[in-house]
Design a protein around this ligand. Structure first.
Ligand SMILES: *Cc1c(COP(=O)(O)O)cnc(C)c1O
Length: 474
């Protein structure tokens, strides 16, 4: 069998032969770089060798494809290469902050601000004297004004914020936290691991469902560096529970001269309670309660670019800024300008909900969602033309990104059903469609949630469905 396989391999063309064959074809793309074409030709030949080997191992009798078929592959390989690996999708999942789909959709103002970063821009220098300035100074005054804190610093994301805070305040020392707050935020962010990476010792106190001030107090020692409170964004402990809240922790910290860190996670800059979103206390509340350092994400409830925002007492923020990790975790110019533009929207609260899509989607009235759902239902019904059904269904959307796990938002969906096509297949066809549409499946039905789709998305979803129906017909 071995020699047979070697014979087969020898029948494959050399890279140059494949390139010549491709160059001789009518459909060959001529203006592309020879190096790129060579790489693609190698890839095609490697894949062909791999196929021959695998089929031979399975005891099949493989045969190499003819030269012309391999040359034809070159076109497909080029098209694949040119297609960007990410592209816009319609989010009809109903998950407002969908981490898989890039979390917060950006405000127009944030995107418009990117223009400034295209070439050279004022990033770490000021124009008057030509002197250096800190890039994080961009947003500091806005954050100070909006949160009421003394100072602010921004890093790459909230995981990075947690890391640099723990490392700055507690490396080689002990930080006390309640056992009920030992959270995991999706796969790679587990609080105990961040503790380890930051070089500080974790001292868990209390039990899963109950912790008291006396538990914290009993844990304090000479090497205690700080007290930590983590907002358990993505789960709730209900029932027989007792936990120490921020004011109590601040009082304890003051008594023992220890700083209090509050990881608020989602980080709203406005009080969302009157809008029907409970359990996400605004950052200002933590600052006012006396937390020394508060951290939160830029791309969760704030609805801006990915960032880890740290606000708090000057003394601590200065130390954090001087930590060598700050350089490793720093934000790039894109984040600087997009965050600035997003935060400025918060300075004009009257138009905030119209301009920050996350807040808009979160607080949209059911009537308004229903209007869009109805438009979508009619558009899809027309496309289906009897080949299936599109119906309205009341359901609940989620905030996502681990926020508000127990709080569904009432919404309206369109259920989509095509005769002879299962829900999983239909959802896949929508995801890989033109344009790509992400839905959710419930009770074996494909649901398109009108809360997370924009008005423009209605015709896009209809277009995607049109292609699916046409492909089925052919
Ligand atoms: C989301 C979250 C994080 C991680 O934030 P990223 O910005 O995704 O890095 C950390 N802590 C809490 C409490 C969170 O909710």
């Amino acid at each position: 069998m071995r020699s047979t396989l070697q014979d087969l391999m020898r029948q494959l063309p050399a890279v140059n032969e494949l390139l010549d064959a491709y160059g001789g074809r009518k459909d060959a793309v001529r203006e592309r770089d020879a190096k790129l074409l060579t790489r693609l030709a190698r890839r095609i030949l490697d894949a062909e060798r791999h196929r021959l080997r695998q089929e031979a191992e399975k005891g099949l009798a493989p045969s190499p494809r003819p030269l012309d078929a391999l040359a034809f592959e070159m076109n497909r390989a080029l098209t694949d290469f040119d297609r960007p690996r990410t592209h816009p999708v319609v989010n009809a999942t109903g998950v407002v902050l969908h981490s898989g789909l890039g979390r917060a959709p950006w405000p127009d103002a944030a995107f418009a601000a990117l223009e400034a970063t295209r070439r050279y821009c004022l990033l770490e220098v000021e124009a008057e004297e030509g002197k250096r300035r800190r890039r994080d100074a961009f947003c500091e005054d806005l954050l100070v004004e909006l949160t009421g804190a003394e100072a602010a610093f921004v890093v790459n994301n909230n995981a990075a914020a947690t890391l640099i805070i723990l490392n700055t305040l507690g490396a080689g020392k002990q930080i006390v936290v309640s056992r009920s707050q030992m959270i995991e935020i999706g796969g790679s962010f587990r609080l105990p691991d961040v503790f380890e990476a930051s070089g500080c010792r974790l001292r868990e106190v209390g039990t899963t469902n109950r912790s008291y001030v006396r538990d914290y107090e009993a844990a304090l020692g000479d090497d205690t560096a700080a007290l930590l409170l983590v907002h358990t964004s993505n789960y709730r402990i209900v029932g027989f529970t007792e936990h120490v809240d921020l004011p109590e922790l601040v009082a304890l910290g003051r008594e023992h001269g220890l700083p209090v860190i509050h990881d608020v996670g989602s980080g709203s800059l406005i009080d969302l309670t009157p809008l029907g979103v409970p359990d996400e206390p605004p950052v200002q509340t933590s600052v006012k309660a006396g937390a020394d350092v508060v951290c939160f994400s830029g791309d969760k409830l704030i609805g801006g670019p990915q960032a880890g925002i740290i606000v708090g007492k000057k003394e601590w923020i200065e130390k954090i800024r001087k930590n060598p990790l700050a350089r490793a975790l720093r934000i790039d110019k894109v984040t600087c300008v997009a965050l600035e533009a997003t935060l400025k929207l918060y300075m004009e609260p009257d138009s905030l909900f119209a301009k920050v899509p996350t807040l808009g989607a979160l607080t949209e009235s059911l009537e308004s969602i229903e209007q869009r759902a109805t438009l979508l239902q009619r558009a899809l019904d027309k496309v289906l033309d009897g080949k299936g059904a599109a119906l309205l269904l009341e359901d609940t959307s989620e905030l996502g990104a681990g926020t508000l796990p127990t709080h569904g938002l009432p919404t309206l969906c369109v259920t989509l059903d095509i005769k002879g096509v299962g829900a999983t297949d239909l959802a896949r066809a929508l995801r890989t469609g033109r344009p790509s549409v992400f839905s959710r499946i419930k009770d074996d039905l494909v649901l398109l949630d009108a809360r997370t789709i924009g008005d423009d998305d209605v015709s896009l979803i209809a277009e995607a469905l049109q292609h699916i129906v046409e492909d089925l017909d052919s």
